[in-house]
Design a protein around this ligand. Sequence first.
Ligand code: FUL
Length: 485
Amino acid sequence: MIKPYLLVLVLFSVFQLFATQKENPVTQPAPVFPVPTERQLAWHEMEQYAFIHFTTNTFTGKEWGFGDESEEVFNPSAIDVNQWVKVIKAAGLKAIVLTCKHHDGFCLWPSKYTEHSVKNSKWKGGNGNVVKEVADACHKNGLKFGVYLSPWDRNRTDYGSPSYVEYYRNQLKELFTAYGPVFEMWFDGANGGDGYYGGAREKRKINAASYYDWPATQNMVRKMEPNIIFFSDAGPDIRWCGNEGGHAGETNWSTISTDSIYAGKSGIENLLNSGQEEGKNYVPAEVDVSIRPGWFYHSEEDTKVKTPEKLFEIYLASVGRGSNLILNIPPDRRGILHENDVKALLGWRKLINEAFKTNLASNAKVQADSYRGNSKQFAAINVTDGNKESYWTTNDNVTTGNLIIDLGSVKQIKYVTLQEYIKLGQRVKNFTISVWKNNRWEEVSKGSTIGYKRIVRLEPTKCEKVRVQITASKASPLISNIEIY
Ligand code: FUL
């Protein structure tokens, strides 16, 4: 017979246990630093947008104008930026980044700081303004607008001296005050050396690490546009992916240590392509590639426009590896996107729509081998609930785990999309995907990083269940989304 005082003790202990559990709900994992900023998170969600290269090169047939081109050559016969916007939107792209000034120094807006601009062209009798037209059309039609302002300027007499940096900053003031909001500022480290330079026609090399004093320029721009995303080889917000061929690294860390890299530094392409697992800064990669061999329109490349299939491969190697894609579509001499480019873009969109039409994992049953504190908040079901704010994760000391998605019946599958909850840092180092077939698990793919998004293409296969195994992670893995197509 149990003694009454013992019974009281047991009841009291049980009560205490519940009370402490109530006081200590399962907490979310600690962040793994560095973590993305709010503006980087918003940028990730854009996934893909357009690049537009348009200037005197379009009319001279060059890729890098020398800087001595007459303003008069810029004369599109039938410019229609609404056509650009319409096609770009239909292709699923979310923004346009425009070459407001390329290396030749010609400005697509009537800058008050130079004569080398549209104001001295024949186009619209010198009263035209491409930047304004494009910014207005974007903002009116729900696309974001971004600027490319080449730091290298082969036209300017004072390129290489401090006054040029002031000129560059003045132009940024013009652009950001008159044509905002601007979501992204694109600048590169290209400096081929020689140029017109106001008639000097010589070679000029600058010290890319110090000449432009980028931190001061960025502070100035950030004051005008607090949410601006700065692109350069080295960030600070997003980095170059290290090539212009359309592919982020198979292993792609959004983390990298930027203290020793700067725009224009050579020999860092591989580093930029894969990022660094232990990188001290969060600087995700952007993949820039042109739909044609060149960045500018050349009629002889009309037959060399990338096919929808090639563009689809690029999509998988960029967006499908956790980067954003900036796809260049150069307007022709009429000032519109060429028929062949339009056809390729729309064909590409169709391929994406077909491939990712029905998510077989939407609201599917999921099982995990373990989940954090056995709390519903971190259970497996969070990966198929369509809510990007919810995620599956494990206890602090557990850095591996598996999720089994039940498709309900045998289905043919070809793609698996994985997403980490990156707000608390990119973590996953390795994963595998297996399918349940002939009463056993068959491994069908393995990969390294996931990050914001990873799209895995499989040999088409039929199965009823799919298993995603996280085999290595920096800390508890946090998976917010799994889709299966
Ligand atoms: C490079 C430039 O030199 C090319 O002309 C092009 O603008 C590309 C996007 O960036 O660095």
